[in-house]
Write a protein that binds this ligand. Structure first.
Ligand SMILES: Cc1ncc(COP(=O)(O)O)c(C=O)c1O
Length: 478
């Protein structure tokens, strides 16, 4: 007879696990500042990792111990103070605690009835984010996994609008037989926007980039002429508020004003850049964003909530409801006064990301989040000063926000040689593991582009980054 009693066994195991979790969670959280950014030898540690499915499991305690052991050997410390790759924030205490609770409760925010509090927290937290970022209170919003999906939502609303301008509901008919959807932007357009346009049947090839230099800064006059060539036909405009190589901005207000004079939907990709609005020191960079039709904001970047968390804001709720219609006899109606977020966004079932967002905004308010943003602005300025003062390093931008572009330049090398040296040095820095930081291109030049978005980063961390780059650079160049 089968003696397996999952209910009883698993209840007992869960009870025993609580003590283990108390210890391991406090160890992990307490060591966040000290753990190396990327353990060297991660690939070797994972050799032999793949096995066939165990017939008899080892139990939760052993599985979690193994998970933690492996993560110490091969996990990136993306929550830590020395991770500047891509654009990655940390987690505030309130956000981390709330996110752990979201998992413990297994809270589901597809629709109100599954978690009235999770859904109302989403509505409240989105309202607070609009206040924090200076977006109109009347806009609708929805939480998604990150900025890629927020771009997906904004551009899905845009696509729906574009079809309706011509008498079509493209969520019903698709785009077949319709003309190409024009998309106008600058050279700062993010790769995720292109991915989204590909997925939505608009196509990467529909994008017209108006650039005045090889870095991608917008050619406003070319953009204006591009708009005029449309002769009133509807089009999509993507304004990039914060690009990833140097933290530069499209001229947000100017592009929106030009687009407004034509028949355009304006989407602002402000994944991290819209946080400029939080500080009076940088708010002018995103002035005018409220005159757009939709906007993308990331939470796991500069809001410092755990992965994954992003927010799409759209002027017109009806477009979202039509673009993402999700109806069946057993499902709630998208027009119910009690929200069904699963019917106005790409995910149907969805975890309670709202817990962490609500908790961090509740815990620290506008003032606390302004301090986090300004702390990162200060770190960027400090690091830029360190780069200026360090022989062998060359500053490549005048940082306006939280990204500093620089390269290793020992002198006496031509640009092409420096590009190759910095490309190899980028790999050497990652292999070394003390810092997680990436290289990219600024025009033709290869650069390092640390992005500072984590409240944990201290001056001494970025000072050490300069030392490590010079140390490894010298080794490579010798
Ligand atoms: C401007 C911008 N848009 C979109 C994205 C994509 O964000 P995610 O990785 O959260 O989907 C990023 C990521 O760095 C970004 O910087």
């Amino acid at each position: 007879m089968d003696t397996y009693e999952p209910g009883t066994d698993l209840r007992l195991e869960m009870e025993q696990l609580i003590g283990q979790l108390q210890r391991s969670l406090s160890d992990v959280i307490r060591s966040t500042d000290e753990r190396i950014a990327l353990p060297p030898g991660a690939a070797a540690a994972l050799e032999g990792f793949y096995r066939s499915l165990p017939e008899t499991g080892c139990g939760a305690a052993a599985a979690l111990e193994e998970l933690q052991r492996l993560n110490e050997l091969a996990g990136g410390n993306t929550a830590g103070p020395r991770c500047y790759h891509f654009v990655i924030g940390g987690s505030t205490p309130a956000a981390l605690g709330a996110d752990l609770l979201a998992s413990a409760y297994d809270a589901v925010t597809y629709t109100w009835i599954l978690s009235p509090v999770g859904v109302e927290m989403e509505r409240q937290a989105l309202d607070w984010l609009k206040e924090l970022l200076g977006l109109p209170a009347s806009w609708s919003g929805v939480m998604v996994t990150g900025a890629s999906m927020a771009n997906f939502v904004g551009l899905a609303a845009a696509r729906q609008w574009w079809g309706e301008q011509q008498g079509f509901d493209v969520s019903e008919t698709g785009l077949a037989g319709l003309p190409q959807v024009p998309v106008l932007t600058s050279g700062f357009v993010h790769a995720s926007t292109l991915k989204v346009l590909a997925l939505q049947g608009i196509g990467r090839g529909s994008v017209q980039r108006f650039c005045r230099d090889d870095f991608g800064r917008v050619d406003l006059e070319g953009f204006r002429q591009g708009l005029e060539r449309l002769e009133g036909k509807p089009a999509l405009v993507v304004v990039n508020a914060g690009e990833v190589n140097a933290g530069e901005f499209d001229p947000v207000g100017d592009m929106i004003d030009l687009a407004r004079a034509h028949n355009c939907w304006v989407h602002v990709d402000g994944a991290f850049g819209l946080f400029a609005a939080v500080s009076p020191r940088t708010a002018q960079l995103v002035e005018g964003a409220a005159r757009a039709d939709s906007a993308t904001v990331d939470g796991h970047k500069w809001l410092n909530v755990p992965y994954d968390s992003g927010y799409a804001f759209v002027r017109d709720y009806g477009l979202l409801a039509r673009a993402f219609r999700y109806s069946a006899d057993y499902l709630p109606d998208e027009n119910d006064a009690r929200p069904t977020y699963g019917a106005i966004g790409p995910e149907s079932s969805r975890r309670a990301r709202s817990f962490a967002v609500w908790a961090t905004l509740k815990a620290y308010g506008r003032e606390g989040h302004r301090r986090i943003v300004e702390h990162c602005l200060d770190i960027a300025q400090h690091f830029a000063a360190v780069v200026r003062a360090t022989p062998g390093l060359e500053l490549m931008n005048d940082p306006k926000l939280n990204i500093v572009s620089f390269r290793y330049n020992p002198g006496g090398l031509a640009d092409a040689e420096l590009d190759e040296l910095n490309r190899r040095l980028g790999q050497a820095v990652l292999d070394d593991g003390r810092f997680l930081v990436g290289t990219s291109k600024m025009g033709a030049r290869t650069i390092f582009r640390p992005a500072f978005s984590n409240w944990r980063t201290r001056n001494e961390d970025v000072e050490a980054l300069a030392e490590v780059v010079v140390e490894l650079g010298r080794k490579l160049a010798s």
